[in-house]
Design a binder for this molecule. Structure first.
Ligand code: HEM
Length: 460
C-alpha cells in the first residue's frame, strides 16, 4: 500500500527541470529561434524528456520530448483542444478588428466549424484530391523543361493545388497571380517568426517597419482570397470543394472566404517545404531510389518515404497545446493554461526510438502481418512522428496533403533519377522547419535531375 501511494505521488510543477536561454552557446546567436529545434534537442539530451524554458516574450513553456508523455497530453486535452496561435496573428485580428477562420476559433465555435468540415474533408474527399493531379503533372513538365528555382515552383504548386481543389477544375482557366499569393503567405510566416522573438505587442504598438510589413502581407493575403472567393462563387463549378461546402456546410459566403484564406495559408508552407525535404533526401540517397525501382509494393514504399521525411524533417517542428485545466504529465502536475511544446524534431532523432536515426531509411516503417514494425522503429515511438498532430484538432487536410505528396513522389521516382550535388544542408526555423540553403536542380537529356542547394537563404 505504501509503495502504491509513493509511486502515484504527483510531482509539483516547480520540480520540472528549468533551462535558461541566457546559457546558450554562441552557435545559437544572434537569433536562437532559427535553430530552436537544435537547441531543444540538446536541452532534452541534457535535462531529459521534460523541461521548462521561456523563449522570447512567451512565458514559461513546458517542452516534451517523449512519446508517452505526448500521448498523456492528448488524452487530457478536453473536448476543445487549444493550440498556440502566434501572437502577431492574434494582435493583428484585435488591432484591425478582423474576423478570422478555423485556426483562430476556440471552444464551441471551433467545434461547430469542425463538425461541419470533418465529414467533407475526411469522408467524401477522393474526388477533390484528384483535382490536384493536373497541377502536379504540370509541375513535373515544368521541371523537365527547366528544373531551376525549385522552392518557388513548389510554393506555387502548393498554392495552385489548394485553390484548384477548392474551386474545381475550371479554376485552372482563371488567371491569377500565383506568385503574389505565395509570396504574401510566405511573408506572413517569415515576419511572424521574427516578431515572435521580439515583443510582437511592442512592435505593433510602435508600428515598426517589421510590423507594417507583416500587417501588409496579412491584409493583402486576406483581401486577395476574399476577392477570389467572391468571384468564384459567381461561377458555377460542379467538382470543387466550394460547391459542396456551399450546399452542405451551411457556411455564409463570408465564412467560406475566411476558410479559403485559412486553407491557403495552412497549405503553402507545409506542403511545399515537405516536398522540398523529400526531394533533398531522395536525391542524397540514390540507394533508396534503386530500392523503389525494385520494390513490388511501390505504393507502400512511397508512403514510407513520406513518413521517413516527416520523421527527419518535420515542418511542424513543434506541436502545441494549452492545458484546459490542471493535468498530469510524466508524473508532474501542470497548471491550467500552461503552454506545452512537443519536440517533434528531437523525438524523430531519439536513438532509443529509431535505430540509426540520422539515416534516411524508409523501409524502417514496414510492418509485419501482426502489425509490428519489422526493424528500426521501437514500439515506444508511437507518438514520436505525428506530423499532422493528433486528435480532434489535428490537421483538417491530412489526407489531401498525403495524397498530393504521394502523387508527386511517384511521378518523380518514375520519371527521374535524382542526384544531389550539395552538402551540409540544415534545417532552420521560420515558423516551419525549412532548408537553410536554396535548392537548384539541373536536368540532363537522360531525364536525370541533379539536385543542389546553393547559397544561403537570408538568415535574419
Ligand atoms: C505537409 C503538409 C501539412 C502538415 C505537416 C500539416 C500539419 C498540421 C498540424 C501539425 C496542424 C495542427 C495539429 C494539432 O495541433 O494537433 C495542422 C492544422 C491544420 N491544417 Fe495542416 N498540415 C499540412 C497541410 C495542410 C493543408 C494542405 C491544409 C489545407 C488545404 C491544411 C489545413 C489545416 C487546418 C485548417 C488546420 C487547423 C485545424 C483546426 O484548428 O481545427 N493543412 N496542420
Amino acid at each position: 500500500m505504501l509503495v502504491r501511494r509513493l509511486s502515484t505521488k504527483v510531482k509539483p510543477f516547480e520540480t520540472i527541470p528549468v533551462a535558461k536561454l541566457e546559457d546558450i552557446g554562441p552557435e545559437f546567436q544572434p537569433n536562437p529561434t532559427l535553430k530552436l529545434h537544435v537547441l531543444n534537442h540538446k536541452r532534452h539530451l541534457e535535462y531529459g524528456p521534460i523541461y521548462r524554458e521561456s523563449v522570447g516574450p512567451d512565458s514559461d513553456i513546458v517542452w516534451i520530448g517523449c512519446g508517452q508523455m505526448c500521448q498523456e497530453v492528448f488524452q487530457q486535452e478536453g473536448p476543445y483542444p487549444k493550440n498556440l496561435i502566434p501572437r502577431p496573428w492574434t494582435i493583428y485580428n484585435e488591432k484591425y478588428q478582423v474576423e478570422r477562420g478555423i485556426f483562430f476559433k476556440q471552444g464551441s465555435d471551433w467545434a461547430e466549424w469542425r463538425h461541419r468540415l470533418n465529414p467533407i474533408f475526411f469522408k467524401s474527399q477522393k474526388g477533390f484530391w484528384s483535382l490536384t493531379d493536373q497541377v502536379t503533372l504540370q509541375l513535373i513538365r515544368d521541371l523537365e523543361s527547366d528544373p531551376g528555382n525549385l522552392e518557388h515552383k513548389l510554393r506555387n504548386w502548393a498554392v495552385e493545388s489548394t485553390l484548384t481543389m477548392i474551386f474545381g477544375s475550371s479554376f485552372r482557366d482563371y488567371q491569377i497571380d500565383l506568385d503574389d499569393f505565395g509570396t504574401h503567405a510566405k511573408n506572413i510566416f517569415e515576419h511572424s517568426a521574427i516578431l515572435q522573438l521580439r515583443s510582437a505587442d511592442h512592435e505593433a504598438k510602435e508600428g515598426t517597419d517589421l510590423w507594417c510589413k507583416f500587417a501588409q502581407s496579412v491584409s493583402t493575403s486576406l483581401s486577395m482570397t476574399n476577392n477570389l472567393t467572391t468571384e468564384m462563387l459567381k461561377r458555377p463549378s460542379n467538382d470543387g470543394l466550394l460547391s459542396v461546402l456551399k450546399t452542405q456546410s451551411g457556411f455564409s459566403d463570408k465564412e467560406l472566404s475566411l476558410l479559403v484564406s485559412d486553407l491557403v495559408i495552412a497549405s503553402q508552407d507545409t506542403v511545399s517545404n515537405t516536398a522540398l525535404w523529400m526531394i533533398h533526401l531522395l536525391a542524397s540517397n540514390p540507394e533508396v531510389q534503386k530500392a523503389y525501382q525494385l520494390e513490388i509494393n511501390q505504393s507502400a514504399f512511397v508512403k514510407f518515404v513520406i513518413k521517413e521525411t516527416f520523421r527527419m524533417f518535420p515542418v511542424a517542428t513543434f506541436l502545441t497545446r494549452i492545458t484546459p485545466n490542471e493535468i498530469r504529465v510524466g508524473g508532474y502536475s501542470l497548471p491550467k493554461d500552461q503552454m506545452i511544446l512537443m519536440s517533434m524534431f528531437h523525438m524523430g532523432r531519439r536513438s532509443d526510438y529509431f535505430a540509426d536515426p540520422q539515416k534516411f531509411w524508409p523501409s524502417r516503417w514496414e510492418r509485419s502481418k501482426s502489425g509490428q514494425f519489422r526493424q528500426g522503429v521501437d514500439l515506444a515511438a508511437r507518438f514520436a512522428t505525428i506530423p499532422f498532430g493528433f486528435g480532434a484538432r489535428s490537421c483538417l487536410a491530412k489526407h489531401l496533403a498525403e495524397y498530393q505528396l504521394q502523387f508527386l513522389v511517384r511521378e518523380l521516382l518514375n520519371r527521374f533519377e535524382l542526384i544531389s550535388l550539395n552538402e551540409g544542408v540544415d534545417m532552420i526555423m521560420k515558423m516551419t522547419g525549412i532548408p537553410n540553403q536554396q535548392n537548384k536542380l539541373f536536368s540532363t537529356p537522360r531525364m536525370s535531375i541533379y539536385s543542389s542547394f546553393e547559397g544561403c537563404q537570408q538568415e535574419k
